[in-house]
Write a protein that binds this ligand. Structure first.
Ligand code: 9Z3
Length: 363
């Protein structure tokens, strides 16, 4: 009897994809399993109730320079967009998974933190030694407090922190995969400021990068006293050898793989996906947003410029003209946080309500 050698032979292992390669070599955050368990329970709870779910990502991702990280590269994002949007999603009836940079702004508490005024400035001493809100702040504080308590008591907000770019990507992949069975009932709103570059693990120093050669002899096992004269290497590696190479830190970064494609095609292929595009050059913003939309084939790109992000954004969607939403000048009462203005909510920061904005379609 002829044997079918094909069916009995073990299939060769599938070649490692770039996605596997990244996730296998960049270690997951230590809390990933715990976060996944929390997210699973949260998603199941709200899916059973038929409530729509949104994953909001928020804040900046760090790029560690050392495995035992003392130094890292960071970006400007405070998490204002993500935290503010999360409040509006809650108001619209969504349950919110809030994947945010540790210590960046949170929904509700954002009104009283990271402010130029300390939160204590909103309080005063009551007649009987109690602590109460100042009269002029009490109305708004009570409103925020009620919204916060409602979200907390009804289990509508799950807050998950990340720090580094690889933490963020591990968390993002795990949570979006959990949302996959919900199809278009899940909204992914990707406002986190994601680093484009990182130090791959094979080039990352285990320990704090040294600025002198004082420990060279210790590391080499040579107990003789360290030499006090640095080797003065000047070469053609760079154009300004004013300082010898031995005293400089040259940072060499790789591009972070573009995982939006994997997300759209594999992790959550039927989810509604909104990404943000940040630029500083106004002449390329819309082009980059449209390019991202065409490349990744998702539902909406919201473009914004660093300098005007609190007052205007552009919506770029498939088959539709670009649509600008702007806060009118007279409503920009306060300077932005970046300019040192009040961090308490201002109409300008709260870009989302359409009533406060002027819309303009541009072909
Ligand atoms: C944004 O563009 C956000 O709107 C901001 C919000 C980061 C400007 P803040 O936190 O700022 O309110 O201070 N996010 C950028 C999203 C991003 O990095 N997108 C990636 C890309 O464009 C991929 S999804 O390549």
């Amino acid at each position: 009897m002829a044997s079918n050698s094909n069916s009995s032979a073990a299939a060769p292992p599938a070649p490692e994809t770039p996605e596997d390669q990244y996730f296998n070599t960049n270690p997951p955050p230590k809390d990933l399993d715990r976060h996944v368990a929390l997210a699973r329970d949260f998603i199941n709870f709200h899916a059973a109730a038929g409530r729509p779910l949104v994953l909001v990502t928020s804040g900046g991702t760090t790029v560690p320079l050392e495995k035992q990280t003392v130094r890292f590269i960071d970006n400007f994002s405070a998490g204002t967009r993500g935290a503010t949007s999360a409040e509006y999603f809650l108001e619209a009836g969504y349950a919110v998974l809030f994947l945010h940079r540790q210590f960046s702004l949170l929904p509700f508490s954002r009104h009283y933190s990271h402010a130029t005024d300390c939160f204590l400035d909103f309080l005063r001493e009551g007649p009987d030694g109690s602590v109460v809100a100042r009269d002029e702040d009490a109305g708004k504080m009570l409103h925020v407090l009620r919204q916060y308590r409602d979200a907390r008591d009804r289990n509508l907000l799950l807050v998950l922190p990340f720090v580094s770019i690889s933490d963020y990507l591990h968390e993002l992949r795990s949570v979006t995969r959990l949302l996959r069975p919900l199809g278009p009932q899940a909204l992914l709103y990707l406002a986190a400021a994601v680093s484009d570059f990182f130090v791959p693990p094979e080039r990352m120093s285990e320990h704090k990068i040294q600025s002198t050669n004082a420990v060279d002899s210790v590391q080499k096992g040579n107990k003789t006293a360290p030499t006090t004269t640095d080797e003065e290497i000047f070469d053609n590696f760079d154009s300004s050898p004013a300082v010898p190479r031995s005293k400089r830190l040259v940072v060499d970064l790789d591009p972070v793989p573009k995982f939006l494609k994997n997300l759209v095609e594999g992790w959550s292929p039927q989810g509604m996906i909104v990404s943000f595009k940040l630029e500083t050059d106004p002449t390329i913003l819309v082009h980059k947003a449209r390019y991202s939309l065409e490349r990744y084939q998702h539902h909406l790109v919201i473009g914004n410029l660093l300098s005007t992000r609190k007052w205007e954004v552009v919506f770029v969607a498939p088959g539709l003209p670009d649509r600008w939403i702007r806060i009118p000048i007279h409503k920009q009462q306060h300077k932005s946080i970046a300019d040192g203005g009040s961090a308490a909510a201002t109409p300008a920061e709260e870009l989302e309500p359409e009533a406060a904005a002027v819309e303009k379609d541009e072909p």
